[in-house]
Ligand binder design. Sequence first.
Ligand code: XMP
Ligand code: MG
Length: 179
Amino acid sequence: MYTTVQVHDKHFIPYLSEAVIQEKIGELAAQINTEYAGKRPLFLAILNGSFMFAADLFKQITIDAEISFIKLASYKGTKSTGQVLTAIGLDIDLHNRHVIIVEDIIDTGKTLHSFLPQLHHQQPASVALAILLHKPEATEYPLHIDYCCFSIPNKFVVGYGLDYDGLGRNFKEIYQLQG
Ligand code: XMP
Ligand code: MG
Protein backbone atom coordinates (compact mmCIF):
# COMPACT_ATOMS: atom_id res chain seq x y z
CA MET A 1 0.00 0.00 0.00
CA TYR A 2 1.17 3.50 -0.85
CA THR A 3 0.83 5.36 2.44
CA THR A 4 3.01 7.28 4.90
CA VAL A 5 6.23 5.42 5.77
CA GLN A 6 8.68 5.70 8.62
CA VAL A 7 12.42 5.50 7.88
CA HIS A 8 14.58 5.57 10.99
CA ASP A 9 13.06 8.38 13.10
CA LYS A 10 11.35 10.32 10.28
CA HIS A 11 7.97 10.14 8.57
CA PHE A 12 7.61 10.45 4.83
CA ILE A 13 4.47 11.02 2.76
CA PRO A 14 3.71 9.65 -0.72
CA TYR A 15 5.01 12.01 -3.39
CA LEU A 16 5.59 10.30 -6.77
CA SER A 17 3.83 7.00 -7.46
CA GLU A 18 5.36 4.07 -9.29
CA ALA A 19 3.05 4.69 -12.28
CA VAL A 20 3.98 8.39 -12.51
CA ILE A 21 7.70 7.61 -12.30
CA GLN A 22 7.53 4.86 -14.92
CA GLU A 23 5.47 6.97 -17.32
CA LYS A 24 7.97 9.81 -17.15
CA ILE A 25 10.90 7.45 -17.66
CA GLY A 26 9.14 6.08 -20.74
CA GLU A 27 8.89 9.61 -22.17
CA LEU A 28 12.55 10.30 -21.46
CA ALA A 29 13.61 7.01 -23.05
CA ALA A 30 11.56 7.72 -26.16
CA GLN A 31 13.31 11.06 -26.54
CA ILE A 32 16.75 9.45 -26.11
CA ASN A 33 15.85 6.67 -28.57
CA THR A 34 15.13 9.31 -31.19
CA GLU A 35 17.99 11.67 -30.47
CA TYR A 36 20.72 9.01 -30.11
CA ALA A 37 19.75 6.63 -32.92
CA GLY A 38 22.94 5.45 -34.64
CA LYS A 39 25.18 7.04 -31.98
CA ARG A 40 25.52 4.02 -29.70
CA PRO A 41 25.43 6.10 -26.50
CA LEU A 42 27.19 5.02 -23.32
CA PHE A 43 25.02 5.42 -20.25
CA LEU A 44 27.20 6.15 -17.24
CA ALA A 45 25.14 5.62 -14.09
CA ILE A 46 26.38 7.03 -10.82
CA LEU A 47 25.99 4.64 -7.89
CA ASN A 48 24.43 4.10 -5.45
CA GLY A 49 21.37 6.30 -5.82
CA SER A 50 20.76 5.90 -9.56
CA PHE A 51 20.68 2.10 -9.78
CA MET A 52 16.89 1.75 -10.02
CA PHE A 53 16.39 4.71 -12.34
CA ALA A 54 19.25 3.51 -14.56
CA ALA A 55 17.79 -0.01 -14.80
CA ASP A 56 14.26 1.16 -15.65
CA LEU A 57 15.50 3.78 -18.11
CA PHE A 58 17.85 1.35 -19.84
CA LYS A 59 15.08 -1.24 -20.21
CA GLN A 60 13.17 1.29 -22.32
CA ILE A 61 16.12 1.99 -24.62
CA THR A 62 15.55 0.29 -27.97
CA ILE A 63 18.57 1.58 -29.91
CA ASP A 64 22.12 0.16 -29.64
CA ALA A 65 23.49 1.43 -26.33
CA GLU A 66 25.93 0.47 -23.57
CA ILE A 67 25.80 1.01 -19.84
CA SER A 68 28.45 1.21 -17.17
CA PHE A 69 28.35 2.08 -13.47
CA ILE A 70 30.68 4.29 -11.49
CA LYS A 71 30.97 5.52 -7.93
CA LEU A 72 32.17 9.00 -7.09
CA ALA A 73 34.43 9.27 -4.08
CA SER A 74 35.68 12.58 -2.75
CA TYR A 75 39.07 13.07 -1.19
CA LYS A 76 41.02 16.10 -0.05
CA GLY A 77 43.16 17.57 -2.81
CA THR A 78 45.75 20.30 -2.42
CA LYS A 79 44.82 23.66 -0.93
CA SER A 80 44.02 25.06 -4.36
CA THR A 81 42.02 22.08 -5.63
CA GLY A 82 40.04 21.52 -2.41
CA GLN A 83 37.75 18.51 -2.53
CA VAL A 84 38.52 16.32 -5.53
CA LEU A 85 36.16 13.73 -6.95
CA THR A 86 37.46 10.49 -8.35
CA ALA A 87 35.42 8.04 -10.42
CA ILE A 88 35.76 4.46 -9.24
CA GLY A 89 35.10 1.82 -11.87
CA LEU A 90 35.46 4.04 -14.92
CA ASP A 91 37.11 1.44 -17.14
CA ILE A 92 35.73 2.40 -20.55
CA ASP A 93 37.55 4.74 -22.93
CA LEU A 94 35.22 7.71 -23.40
CA HIS A 95 37.11 9.17 -26.36
CA ASN A 96 34.62 10.02 -29.14
CA ARG A 97 31.76 8.38 -27.22
CA HIS A 98 28.33 9.92 -26.68
CA VAL A 99 28.04 9.79 -22.90
CA ILE A 100 24.76 10.07 -20.99
CA ILE A 101 25.31 10.55 -17.26
CA VAL A 102 22.51 8.98 -15.21
CA GLU A 103 22.06 10.45 -11.75
CA ASP A 104 19.31 10.20 -9.15
CA ILE A 105 19.17 13.79 -7.93
CA ILE A 106 20.75 17.19 -8.41
CA ASP A 107 20.61 19.17 -5.21
CA THR A 108 23.29 21.87 -4.99
CA GLY A 109 24.81 20.55 -8.22
CA LYS A 110 28.26 20.41 -6.63
CA THR A 111 28.88 16.72 -7.28
CA LEU A 112 28.36 16.83 -11.04
CA HIS A 113 29.81 20.30 -11.40
CA SER A 114 33.15 19.04 -10.05
CA PHE A 115 33.03 15.72 -11.88
CA LEU A 116 32.15 16.84 -15.42
CA PRO A 117 35.49 18.53 -16.20
CA GLN A 118 37.23 15.21 -15.53
CA LEU A 119 35.01 13.50 -18.08
CA HIS A 120 35.74 16.16 -20.68
CA HIS A 121 39.48 15.40 -20.27
CA GLN A 122 38.80 12.11 -22.05
CA GLN A 123 37.35 14.01 -25.02
CA PRO A 124 33.96 12.33 -25.39
CA ALA A 125 31.97 13.24 -28.51
CA SER A 126 29.22 14.61 -26.25
CA VAL A 127 28.08 14.54 -22.63
CA ALA A 128 24.43 14.79 -21.59
CA LEU A 129 22.77 14.58 -18.18
CA ALA A 130 19.75 12.35 -17.52
CA ILE A 131 18.47 13.14 -14.04
CA LEU A 132 15.57 11.65 -12.13
CA LEU A 133 15.02 14.56 -9.73
CA HIS A 134 16.14 18.17 -9.72
CA LYS A 135 15.78 20.62 -6.84
CA PRO A 136 16.07 23.98 -8.68
CA GLU A 137 15.74 26.01 -5.47
CA ALA A 138 18.78 24.28 -3.98
CA THR A 139 21.01 24.37 -7.05
CA GLU A 140 24.05 26.62 -6.58
CA TYR A 141 26.35 25.25 -9.27
CA PRO A 142 25.14 25.82 -12.84
CA LEU A 143 24.52 22.65 -14.84
CA HIS A 144 22.83 22.06 -18.16
CA ILE A 145 20.33 19.25 -17.61
CA ASP A 146 19.38 17.62 -20.90
CA TYR A 147 16.82 15.10 -19.61
CA CYS A 148 15.03 15.56 -16.30
CA CYS A 149 12.10 13.51 -15.02
CA PHE A 150 10.87 15.76 -12.21
CA SER A 151 11.65 19.20 -10.77
CA ILE A 152 10.82 19.04 -7.08
CA PRO A 153 10.75 21.47 -4.14
CA ASN A 154 13.69 21.68 -1.78
CA LYS A 155 12.49 18.93 0.56
CA PHE A 156 14.24 15.68 1.43
CA VAL A 157 12.98 12.64 -0.48
CA VAL A 158 13.53 8.89 -0.21
CA GLY A 159 12.71 5.80 -2.22
CA TYR A 160 13.34 4.46 -5.71
CA GLY A 161 17.10 4.28 -5.09
CA LEU A 162 17.35 7.29 -2.78
CA ASP A 163 18.09 6.63 0.87
CA TYR A 164 17.79 8.23 4.24
CA ASP A 165 20.86 7.05 6.14
CA GLY A 166 21.03 3.78 4.23
CA LEU A 167 17.34 2.87 4.27
CA GLY A 168 14.45 3.40 1.86
CA ARG A 169 16.20 2.64 -1.43
CA ASN A 170 13.95 -0.37 -2.05
CA PHE A 171 10.67 1.57 -2.22
CA LYS A 172 9.06 1.53 -5.68
CA GLU A 173 7.75 5.06 -5.09
CA ILE A 174 9.28 8.36 -3.98
CA TYR A 175 8.32 9.81 -0.60
CA GLN A 176 8.77 13.31 0.75
CA LEU A 177 9.74 14.27 4.28
CA GLN A 178 6.62 15.18 6.22
CA GLY A 179 6.26 18.75 7.45
P1 XMP B 1 24.61 17.75 -4.97
O1 XMP B 1 24.36 18.79 -3.91
O2 XMP B 1 26.06 17.54 -5.22
O3 XMP B 1 24.08 16.45 -4.25
O4 XMP B 1 23.80 18.02 -6.20
C1 XMP B 1 23.66 15.34 -4.86
C2 XMP B 1 23.64 14.24 -3.83
O5 XMP B 1 23.00 14.67 -2.60
C3 XMP B 1 22.19 13.65 -2.07
N1 XMP B 1 20.81 14.18 -1.90
C4 XMP B 1 19.72 13.50 -1.51
N2 XMP B 1 19.56 12.20 -1.19
N3 XMP B 1 17.27 12.60 -0.76
C5 XMP B 1 18.32 11.76 -0.82
O6 XMP B 1 18.14 10.58 -0.54
C6 XMP B 1 17.34 13.91 -1.05
O7 XMP B 1 16.35 14.62 -0.98
C7 XMP B 1 18.65 14.39 -1.44
N4 XMP B 1 19.10 15.61 -1.81
C8 XMP B 1 20.43 15.44 -2.07
C9 XMP B 1 22.25 12.52 -3.07
O8 XMP B 1 23.16 11.57 -2.58
C10 XMP B 1 22.78 13.10 -4.33
O9 XMP B 1 23.56 12.22 -5.10
MG1 MG C 1 23.64 10.05 -5.44
